[in-house]
Design a protein around this ligand. Structure first.
Ligand SMILES: Nc1ncnc2c1ncn2[C@@H]1O[C@H](COP(=O)(O)OP(=O)(O)OP(=O)(O)O)[C@@H](O)[C@H]1O
Ligand SMILES: [Mg+2]
Length: 306
């Protein structure tokens, strides 16, 4: 039994390689014999099909949300055994900002599909579309480059997604927790709580059960970082800052699950609209991506033992 089936790939900053990496992670998983569905959940800039050299999709998520088609009916073949693609809905754009229940509907139906893994390629930024898919997924992957703005965005993205998740859980259920979250979310100069650890202390004094459940949510959140477009090994250390800061201020664990160096082969694969793992399966970036999948699966197995 697979515990963590839906993997969402986000990152905050645009152009850091989320789409290219998600597509190739999916191919690597499929090649290992897993049945995989790749979902273009970038509602504003759906382009995953292009990575596979496909023209505009016949059906998209919008046909599903409009109750015209089932998820099975909107899946496309992409020329890779065990792998199907669900095209994103620039169509959902018509709904401007799909409601939370619609996103939950997509997730609920996806998780009921008879497949092994579902990978969501998210858009850039921290809109509710992106955050909600990211926070309800089972496995949360964050793509970050060594660029300081990307590092900053990745931390901001993780923090905003965590707050959105916690607020969603406690809204209308526990005003005390919501108030503490609001306090912690205030600018540094005016807030009375400095870190998630302090917030947890306040929960303890209120009610031990709430603290226990809250800490479980923090523990389960655990995003995993993929460093992309690395040029030297030293640059990995600067990305490690995201982990340190998230552990210190948000009280969550963060894993670094691997890196992909900058490589013209990737650019070429995008230009020729043939995924890297198909075009250059023996290249170093292809091997790096396979290693990342191996690391994520290994972690998954460890967490399933608990
Ligand atoms: N490791 C790499 N080496 C070289 N080029 C890369 C690498 N990773 C990504 N790229 C290039 O960066 C471009 C942007 O990648 P991609 O479209 O995957 O980013 P994204 O994060 O999905 O962007 P968006 O936020 O717009 O969805 C690709 O066209 C590709 O050419
Ligand atoms: Mg993208």
């Amino acid at each position: 039994m697979i515990g963590k089936k839906i993997w969402a790939v986000g990152g905050g900053k645009g152009g850091v390689g989320k789409t290219v990496i998600t597509a190739n992670l999916a191919i690597a998983l499929a090649r290992m014999g897993n049945r995989v569905v790749l979902v273009d959940a970038d509602l504003g800039g759906s382009n995953l099909h292009i990575v596979f050299g496909l023209r505009a999709a016949k059906y998209t998520l919008n046909d599903f949300l409009g109750k015209r088609k089932s998820l099975e009916e909107i899946m496309q073949n992409v020329g890779v055994e065990n792998l199907k693609l669900i095209s994103g809905a620039s169509a959902i754009l018509g709904l401007a900002n799909p409601r939370y229940v619609q996103k939950l509907k997509v997730i609920n139906h996806l998780s009921r599909l008879d497949v092994d893994y579902i990978l969501l390629d998210l858009g850039a930024g921290t809109s509710y579309d992106v955050l909600d898919f990211f926070s309800v997924a089972d496995e949360r992957l964050v793509v970050v480059t060594p660029d300081p703005t990307s590092i900053q965005n990745a931390y901001g993205f993780i923090k905003t997604a965590l707050f959105r998740k916690l607020t969603r859980v406690y809204i209308r259920r526990n005003d005390f927790v919501c108030e503490l979250l609001r306090e912690l979310g205030k600018p540094k100069s005016v807030r009375s709580i400095e870190s998630m650890a302090q917030l947890v202390d306040k929960l303890e004094s209120e009610n031990g059960d709430i603290k226990y459940n809250f800490c479980r949510l923090l523990n389960d959140f655990r995003p995993q970082i993929i460093v992309n477009m690395l040029t030297t090994q030293d640059e990995q250390e600067s990305v490690g800052a995201v982990k340190l800061v998230a552990e210190k201020y948000l009280n969550i664990g963060v894993d670094l699950v691997g890196c992909v160096y900058v490589d013209q082969i990737i650019r070429k694969s995008v230009k020729t609209m043939t995924p890297l793992l198909l075009q250059s399966p023996d290249s170093s970036p292809a091997k790096e991506i396979e290693r990342i999948v191996g690391n994520i699966l290994e972690r998954e197995e460890e967490s399933n033992q608990y």
